[in-house]
Design a protein around this ligand. Structure first.
Ligand code: SF4
Ligand code: MG
Length: 390
C-alpha cells in the first residue's frame, strides 16, 4: 500500500540520571498521502517524542534507540544531517502549541516567512519572478503605446491631457524593479491571505509579540505551509487558544489540507480535535500505541479499555447530566513502567495475565488494531483479576 511515512517498532529512550525513560517504546503506524492521523493520549505518554523522532529532533539525553522510519521510501534514520535538514525544510514541517517559542522575536512576520520561501521555494520564486517579468513587459508595452498616442495628440495640436499623464505615472510606478526578496515578501503576503489574514500586507510588517495567539498560530501555519510540505506535524496547535479560535484554526487546517494536499500528523490530548479533522487515530498510552484505526470505527466501537475511558470522558449531549467518567489512577512512570499491559493498574477489565504478558497489537478487523488481551484468543479466558477495595 502506498503510504507517505511508515514507522515500525520505534524506540526512543531518554538516558537520565534517574534512569532510562522509555518515552516511545515500540511504536508503529503509517500515514498515507493526504491522510490526517491523530495521535492522542494524556500528557507525557510519548506523543511529542514520537513526532520529534520522525524528524530526528529528539534532544539530549534522548536517543532513538531503534526502529524504522521510512519517508517516501527513504530511511530517515540512515540519512546524513544535511539530507535530514533538507527534508525538514522541504518535506516535513512542524507547528507547535506555542508559536511564540518557534517564531523569532526580532524579525517581522514577513521577513520570517519570506526567509523560509527563499530557502525552500526556489522553483516557486522562479515562476513568480517570470510572471512578474511578464507583467512588467506588458506595462512597458502599454507605456510605449500611451507615449505614442500622446505624441500624436501633440502633433495634432491637441492640448495635453492630464488623464494621460496620470496613467503614465501609474504605469511607471508599476514597472518599478522588484528583487527576489520583494517577490518572496509578496508570496508571504499571499500565503497569509490563504490562512485567513485579510490585511496580510500589514501583518507582514508586524513582530510576533504584536499579534494575538490565534493570529500567531495562523502565521505559524502559513510558515509551515509556505514550503508546501508533504507532511505537516502539528503538536497541540490549538491547545493554548480559546474555543472559538480553536474551531477556526481547525477549520482552516482542514481546508488547507485539501488545497495543499498535505498529510497531517495531529498530536493532541483532545479527542474532540481528532473527531474534527482526522481520518485515522492512534491512541497512545505510556509509550505504546494501544489502539489504531479509522476515527469513525474507533469512536463508534472503541475496543481498548483505555480508549473507552477517553471516549466516555468527552462531554456530549448523551452524558451531559452524568458525571464524566474518569479513568482511575495516574499516568505511569516511564522509568519503571508497569509490567505486562501498562494500563493494568488502571484497568477495570484486568485479567490475571495482564500484569505478566505484554499484549500484542492485534488485527481486530481490517484496518482496526488493538493491543489488549481481551481480544487475544489466547488470553480471552484468563481469569478476571479481583480488585480489592483497599
Ligand atoms: Fe486491561 Fe488487560 Fe486489556 Fe490491559 S490487556 S487493557 S489490563 S484487559
Ligand atoms: Mg507534548
Amino acid at each position: 500500500e502506498e503510504c507517505l511515512i511508515r514507522v515500525r517498532n520505534l524506540y526512543t529512550y531518554f538516558y537520565t540520571e534517574e534512569g532510562v525513560v522509555k518515552a516511545v517504546d515500540g511504536v508503529s503506524f503509517n500515514i498515507g498521502y493526504k491522510e490526517t492521523l491523530g495521535l492522542v493520549g494524556e500528557t507525557g505518554c510519548g506523543k511529542s517524542v514520537t513526532a520529534l523522532s520522525l524528524v530526528r529532533l529528539v534532544r539530549d539525553p534522548g536517543k532513538i534507540k531503534s526502529g524504522l522510519i521510512q519517508f517516501e521510501g527513504k530511511k530517515i534514520l540512515e540519512l546524513t544531517e544535511n539530507e535530514m535538514r533538507d527534508i525538514r525544510g522541504d518535506d516535513i514541517t512542524m507547528i507547535f502549541q506555542d508559536p511564540l517559542n518557534s517564531l523569532n522575536p526580532v524579525f517581522t512576520v514577513g521577513k520570517q516567512i519570506s526567509e523560509a520561501i527563499l530557502l525552500h521555494q526556489k522553483q516557486k520564486l522562479k515562476e513568480s519572478r517570470a510572471i512578474y517579468k511578464e507583467g512588467q513587459d506588458s506595462f512597458k508595452e502599454q507605456i510605449k503605446i500611451l507615449k505614442e498616442e500622446m505624441k500624436l495628440k501633440k502633433k495634432k495640436g491637441l492640448e495635453e491631457n492630464h488623464k494621460d499623464r496620470k496613467k503614465l505615472r501609474i504605469l511607471r510606478k508599476k514597472i518599478k524593479k522588484k528583487n527576489i526578496k520583494d517577490i518572496a515578501l509578496d508570496l508571504s503576503a499571499d500565503i497569509l491571505k490563504k490562512v485567513g489574514i485579510a490585511d496580510s500586507r500589514e501583518i507582514t510588517k508586524r513582530y510576533p509579540h504584536e499579534l494575538s495567539g490565534g493570529m500567531r498560530q495562523r502565521v505559524m501555519i502559513a510558515m509551515g505551509l509556505s514550503c508546501h510540505p508533504k507532511l505537516l506535524i502539528a503538536d497541540e496547535p490549538t491547545t493554548a487558544l480559546d474555543v472559538t479560535i480553536q474551531a477556526q484554526i481547525l477549520r482552516l487546517m482542514k481546508k488547507l489540507k485539501d488545497e495543499f494536499s498535505t498529510s497531517i500528523l495531529m498530536i493532541t490530548h483532545d479527542l474532540g480535535v481528532i473527531s474534527e479533522i482526522c481520518e485515522k487515530v492512534a491512541v497512545m498510552y505510556s509509550g505504546r500505541i494501544v489502539e489504531y484505526g479509522p476515527v469513525r470505527k474507533i469512536f463508534e466501537n472503541p475496543k481498548h479499555p483505555y480508549t473507552n475511558g477517553l471516549i466516555s470522558a468527552i462531554p456530549s449531549s448523551k452524558n451531559l447530566d452524568k458525571d464524566l467518567t474518569t479513568i482511575r489512577g495516574m499516568v505511569p512512570n516511564l522509568i519503571y513502567p508497569p509490567d505486562g499491559c501498562r494500563f493494568h493498574p488502571r484497568c477495570d477489565h484486568r485479567m490475571e495475565c495482564c500484569d505478566k504478558v505484554i499484549p500484542k497489537l492485534l488485527f481486530s478487523e481490517e484496518d482496526h488494531f488493538v493491543s489488549c488481551h481481551l481480544f487475544d484468543p489466547e488470553y480471552q479466558n484468563s481469569p478476571k483479576y479481583e480488585w480489592s477495595e483497599n
